[in-house]
Design a protein around this ligand. Structure first.
Ligand SMILES: *Cc1c(COP(=O)(O)O)cnc(C)c1O
Length: 231
């Protein structure tokens, strides 16, 4: 396990850097996140010891169980899964970013809970770029209105956008959605909405991260290709 984690982590760092360079982007343009769902904390720690400094958590209870065990020195933790409003209070003091903000009610609750502990939470707005009924996220056509509505929330700061596009093995299809996301990212940046900063564009997973990087992703979320298949 120890060697696999070190080797695999380094291989993927190299692949991410290579994809960035091929797109004419500098080293450090893209961050690698390890997505830890179903991965035991001890195994995640082996990767952290190998240099992994950003992890993504999907499930509140699983995260709370593993949190005490994590090697937290220098570790950044983002919440990336669907988040119920009544669970927000359990995580706001433990995570550095919430990437899955997809409703006004959730944004309001995060802002309220963070304001209460004197924190301003960095959040990403999840965009339903494929317009899929089965998925959460704000529809592209509603994004500006949504951002304007939450721009006055004092307990959060919008740091960018996140997307989980429709799964496809076709690189042209992958790039179509990633290009659409990048356009939104740039358009919103140009609008200069108060408290809205387009710094992070979180897109790309195990099956499509190279395409995402080619299209402007600043953070890829890697699960299976980093840690191995999930049970
Ligand atoms: C599981 C998950 C990932 C990682 O998916 P892989 O295909 O295992 O790389 C990325 N983002 C989110 C939101 C996830 O739930």
């Amino acid at each position: 396990m120890e060697n696999y984690s070190v080797d695999r982590y380094r291989q993927l760092c190299a692949q991410v850097a290579q994809a960035a360079s091929a797109a004419g982007r500098g080293p450090g343009a893209v961050r690698l996140m390890g997505v830890t769902k179903t991965v035991p904390a001890e195994k995640v720690n082996a990767y952290i010891d190998a240099g992994l400094d950003l992890i993504g958590e999907n499930r509140v209870q699983e995260f709370l169980d593993k949190y005490p065990t994590y090697h937290k020195q220098g570790l950044e933790i983002h919440f990336i899964g669907q988040l119920q409003r009544n669970k927000v209070k359990y995580i706001v003091d433990k995570v550095h970013m919430i990437e899955s903000v997809d409703s006004l009610e959730l944004a309001r609750e995060i802002s309220k809970r963070c304001a209460a502990i004197g924190k301003k939470m960095d959040v990403l707005i999840e965009v339903n770029i494929g317009g899929e009924a089965s998925k959460g996220g704000i529809l592209p056509g509603k994004l500006t209105e949504f951002l304007t509505e939450i721009s006055g929330f004092s307990g959060l700061r919008v740091a960018g956008l996140m997307a989980i596009p429709p799964i496809s093995e076709d690189i042209a299809v992958q790039k179509h959605y990633f290009d659409e996301m990048y356009k939104l990212f740039v358009d919103i940046k140009d609008k200069k909405i108060d408290n809205v900063f387009m710094e992070t564009l979180s897109m790309g997973m195990s099956g499509d991260f190279q395409a995402a990087i080619a299209c402007g992703s600043t953070q890829v979320r890697l699960g299976r290709t980093l840690f191995g298949a999930r049970d």
